[in-house]
Design a binder for this molecule. Structure first.
Ligand code: RET
Length: 242
């Protein structure tokens, strides 16, 4: 097997994921749930496109040191990780999105900063630049954990979906933790294993973080309260026209 084979496996896996995540989008549900399922549909759509690009030989750089760097992954992550985070926290800020705007912006900015500093760390072969940027990326990863388990967890305690938030945030925290570990062991870091293992592990992680997690997350929202019931009295009257 080659890395290319795994890029094709990723492309097909994401296409299947997209197909499966298409149906939850069609169900009649509250505004929040609808937004959630649309986000979870777009994630494998974006990933499938980038996997296809990489499988066809694009989105990769052949470096002077002889290794191939798949920068396409980072383009994918820059688009999909903010969507995954947004969908996780959106139910906690139901009806308060404007008031919590700065908190959400901080979360998304830390995420994009994490991926972009990681891109520099992965691309360069200069050890100093690599490890400084790896450290910066890890710091913003810690900031993401801090926000998810601090302010957003507190917000979730006053939300009807509080328990779901904790479950989803825990799953996301565990799956995401594997990315910097694979990076450090593989070709972008200490090169303790071959590029094939990077290819296999990143593909499996992406399929887990996007498709399996997405299917699980959209199946979980089913039992939550429809948005009109959680509106304040006046809002409810407005919404129903009474
Ligand atoms: C990098 C390298 C530098 C250090 C850190 C990283 C973290 C990456 C993460 C990626 C998550 C990607 C997901 C994609 C699926 O949709 C950039 C590997 C901290 C957490 C979840």
């Amino acid at each position: 097997m080659t890395v290319e084979t795994w890029l094709w496996i990723g492309t097909i896996g994401m296409a299947i994921g997209q197909f499966l995540l298409f149906f939850p989008m069609q169900k009649n549900k509250s505004v929040d749930e609808e937004g959630d399922s649309i986000a979870h549909f777009f994630v494998p759509l974006v990933a499938m496109t980038i996997y296809l690009l990489m499988a066809l030989g694009f989105g990769q750089a052949h470096l002077a040191s002889g290794r191939t760097f798949y920068y396409g992954r980072y383009i994918d992550w820059t688009i999909t990780t903010p969507l995954l985070l947004l969908s996780l926290v959106s139910s906690e800020v139901r009806g308060q999105t404007v008031k919590r705007g700065a908190l959400i912006a901080g979360l998304l900015a830390s995420d994009v900063y994490m991926i972009l500093t990681g891109l520099v760390a992965g691309w360069t072969d200069d050890p100093q630049l690599k490890w400084w940027f790896y450290a910066l990326s890890c710091l913003s990863f810690l900031a993401i954990y801090g926000l998810l388990w601090g302010p957003f967890k507190r917000l979730s305690e006053s939300s009807p979906d509080g328990k779901q938030y904790v479950k989803k945030a825990a799953a996301l925290s565990v799956i995401w933790f594997a990315y910097p570990v694979v990076f450090i062991i593989g070709q972008e870091g200490l090169r303790l294993w071959s590029g094939l293992y990077d290819g296999i592990l990143f593909t499996c992680l992406d399929l887990t973080a996007k498709v399996l997690y997405g299917l699980w997350a959209v199946s979980m929202v089913k039992g939550s309260e429809p948005v009109s019931r959680s509106l304040p009295e006046s809002g409810a009257r407005l919404a129903t026209g009474r």
